[in-house]
Design a protein around this ligand. Structure first.
Ligand SMILES: *[C@@H]1O[C@H](CO)[C@@H](O)[C@H](O)[C@H]1NC(C)=O
Ligand SMILES: *[C@@H]1O[C@H](CO)[C@@H](O)[C@H](O)[C@H]1NC(C)=O
Ligand SMILES: *[C@@H]1O[C@H](CO)[C@@H](O)[C@H](O)[C@H]1NC(C)=O
Ligand SMILES: *[C@@H]1O[C@H](CO)[C@@H](O)[C@H](O)[C@H]1NC(C)=O
Length: 406
């Protein structure tokens, strides 16, 4: 055999192999497109308010994604310096707000409102009849802050990069608006309540409309777009699998950013470590809590004193997480009743490493944005925790307290 015929044979074999491979590939794609019907479907929602309400929304959305067997598109965590601006309703208004003000390439916007709530005299200025403020923000990736192991094991997810509706559709290859189901326009704060058990007899409470998740699971649109999924009572979970899923989520989705945890542990150890202090959170600064300051402090004092009576072994050191300065007048009764109270300001030196923590998305230093969370985490690591009534931030610390102690 000459070299030439060998070469021709070789080429023929190659052509044959290529044809076989193409056929196999064709078979495969044919299968995917025509016989397998589980084409990926998605779910997303709109975040609003501060860290904690966004955290509640995310957890609800994870549950919904799991129940409805859809890939969750996770909006970025919006971190604001100071108090988060109210984004308003209905849904299209919130969406416009998010698209207009929260941009991946910016870190500041001017926010004006008729009310003065949330205004620090140092920062606010008048414009006509409105009070305005330059709001600093950054868009963080939830996964930088919270342990996503549980999520990875139970659902598929994608991180959303911005709030442009068209970018969202494009990234999911949706070219027809009939492929999107906007669940509600949210004309009120608590529009729909979601039920895992269609036979549930639990009432609507402050919600307006009952939706059985089993009905939502039949939707065929590629994307289900919720508006707000906020509120700890938004979803009624009665099926045992739902309850089990939820309890695991609560126990396992804990903050785990290494630098954050390092900082919190340093302070924790400085106070004395395990079983050396009780944690307290007083929410005093915004909205409802301003009017309720006296009751909040009075309630805390009473409950802590009861705790001391019940348990003589209880430490008398207190770590107090607050959203005001320690010399704030409303805290006076607290400082008069107890001694040995620590606040975050006592540990400023320990916060230094946090000044090196940057948001990989935009390079922003996260220090100011994360301080309230550090404060709450230190309180949540106390041997016992006492929170403010009606504060979901306190509820979160309570939950973390149970998780850390376990
Ligand atoms: C769903 O909401 C988006 C964002 O507001 C809007 O652009 C779109 O037209 C809505 N789609 C439908 C089908 O109503
Ligand atoms: C939002 O949608 C409602 C209809 O549901 C419409 O009347 C209103 O003008 C829209 N607002 C904005 C800001 O697009
Ligand atoms: C926002 O950031 C700027 C620096 O970029 C700072 O001067 C200003 O005080 C910040 N505003 C608030 C409300 O913290
Ligand atoms: C605050 O909590 C109390 C008791 O838990 C409850 O009765 C009340 O409705 C709550 N108020 C608000 C404004 O959430």
């Amino acid at each position: 055999m000459s070299f030439r015929t060998l070469k021709i044979r070789f080429i023929l074999i190659l052509i044959f192999m290529t044809l076989v491979m193409t056929f196999i590939k064709y078979e495969k794609s044919y299968n995917v497109n025509n016989f397998v019907t589980n084409e990926e479907k998605y779910l997303t929602y709109l975040p609003h308010d501060g860290f904690n309400n966004q955290r509640i929304s995310l957890e609800n959305a994870i549950f919904l994604a799991w129940f409805l067997k859809r890939t969750l598109i996770i909006p970025p965590l919006l971190l604001f310096e100071g108090i988060a601006p109210a984004m308003g309703r209905p849904y299209n208004k919130t969406y416009n707000f998010l698209t207009q003000f929260l941009r991946p390439d910016k870190n500041q916007f001017k926010y004006c409102s008729k009310s003065r709530s949330g205004c620090d005299i140092a920062f606010c200025f008048r414009e006509g009849k409105k009070t305005c403020l330059m709001v600093n923000y950054t868009m963080y990736n939830w996964e930088e802050l919270i342990d996503f192991t549980f999520l990875k094991n139970h659902i598929k997810y994608i991180h959303r990069q911005d709030f442009e509706f068209n970018h969202l559709l494009k990234s999911l290859s949706i070219y027809d608006s009939s492929e999107v189901y906007n669940v509600t326009n949210d004309n009120v704060r608590y529009q729909q309540r979601y039920y895992d058990d269609p036979t549930s007899t639990i009432e609507l409470d402050n919600f307006k409309e009952r939706v059985n998740l089993i009905d939502l699971s039949k939707r065929t649109e590629k994307l289900i777009h919720f508006a707000s999924v906020f509120s700890e009572t938004r979803i009624v979970r009665e099926l045992s699998e739902s309850i089990e899923f939820w309890n695991k989520l609560i126990r396992e989705m804990l903050p785990n950013n290494p630098l954050l945890i390092y900082t919190v542990d340093k302070i924790f150890n400085k106070i004395g470590g395990i079983n050396s202090y009780i944690g307290v959170h007083a929410r005093l600064k915004d909205g409802f809590f301003i009017k309720n300051r006296k009751n909040t402090i009075k309630g805390l004092i009473e409950r802590i004193q009861e705790g001391f009576e019940d348990d003589v072994c209880l430490t008398k050191k207190i770590y107090l997480a607050i959203d005001v300065k320690r010399n704030h007048p409303s805290l006076k009764p607290f400082f008069q009743t107890f001694s040995c109270i620590y606040v975050l300001d006592d540990f400023n030196d320990f916060l230094e490493p946090l000044k090196f923590l940057r948001n990989p998305r935009d390079g922003m230093i996260l220090y100011k944005f994360l301080i309230p969370l550090v404060d709450l985490l230190v309180a949540s690591k106390g041997s016992r925790f006492y929170g403010s009534i009606n504060s979901t931030f306190s509820d979160y610390a309570q939950r973390l307290n149970e998780a850390w102690i376990r």
